[in-house]
Design a protein around this ligand. Structure first.
Ligand code: URA
Length: 282
């Protein structure tokens, strides 16, 4: 007798229980921990439920992180699919087609990108949460609404001049941190997104996305407020990049909003220098 592929069987089972009205977060966490690709590097906290974002104390010394190596076929497949995409639509289709990240098996939807195509500003966060998973769009839950308010404060918005995406496109069960293996498997798509869109300014939200994209191992405290350059082989020119406090962190630590405000003013001044037009704002 033919047996169903493990991913298909898992999807069917999760769909069955969800259909029966059961909240599957706990079960998804167990399932996904087993299904996630083996990882080789203890880069971040183990896959436990994600706690509100934290700013770590400044790291004693920034050690450039070892370059991520193609760990397995998934990374190579992602690279091939991403490289073949010639525009945003094709890249979205490539992400949809990709089966190399175990998170896809437990996610309801793929949350790839939302916002203005050809936008001068690209915002990249880490991974979808519950609302993003339900709607199949990045940053639409409480953190996303906070992000929208932050952007509006400096004349930016996803309907006009900002494109928003993540480094991971499927919700990690229970909103745990993505594992390094999951992050590595998806990274070629975020890299290609930057390559294709060539934004005037790349705004990276939070520590996880920052360290994945910039190939570092630093705290947000260390990275924010700095004019950085995103560089990669094959990129026509380095891309201006900055790191901000993640809006999810601000939701849990509203007293840090003054730091977020400083981040926004920093972005605003840099955009002015770059001659990026923005809407009139309050
Ligand atoms: N946080 C992120 O980094 N991305 C989302 O899409 C939602 C919350």
């Amino acid at each position: 007798m033919e047996t169903a592929a493990p991913q298909d069987a898992a999807r069917a089972l999760l769909a069955f229980w969800r259909g029966a009205g059961v909240d599957m977060d706990e079960a998804e966490a167990v399932f996904s921990a087993k299904a996630a690709p083996a990882t080789n590097e203890a880069r971040r906290t183990p896959p436990i439920a994600r706690e509100p974002f934290r700013i770590d104390p400044p790291a004693p010394k920034a050690k450039p992180k070892a370059k991520l190596q193609p760990a397995d076929d998934a990374v190579n497949t992602a690279r091939t699919l991403a490289a073949a995409a010639q525009n945003l639509t094709e890249l979205r289709a490539a992400v949809d087609k990709f089966e190399g990240c175990a998170l896809k098996a437990t996610a309801r939807n793929t949350a790839f990108a939302d916002g203005a195509e050809n936008a001068p500003i690209l915002v990249i966060g880490d991974a979808p949460r519950r609302d993003e998973d339900e709607q199949g769009k990045p940053f639409v839950g409480p953190a996303g609404q906070m992000l929208d308010r932050m952007l509006v404060a400096i004349g930016l918005g996803r309907t006009s001049n900002v494109l928003i995406s993540n480094t991971i496109y499927w919700r990690p069960p229970g909103d745990r941190d993505p594992t390094p293996g999951e992050a590595m498997a998806c990274l070629p798509f975020a890299e290609r997104l930057i390559e294709l869109t060539q934004p005037k300014l790349l705004i990276i939200m939070g520590k996880l996305a920052a360290n994945d994209l910039l190939q570092r191992d630093d705290t947000v405290a260390k990275l924010r407020g700095r004019k950085l350059q995103y560089k990669r082989e094959g990129l026509a020119a380095p891309v201006n990049a900055m790191v901000m406090l993640h809006p999810a962190y601000l939701l849990s630590r509203p007293q840090q909003k003054r730091l977020a405000w400083a981040d926004l003013l920093f972005a605003e001044a840099w955009l002015d220098d770059l001659g990026v037009k923005r809407a009139a704002h309050p």
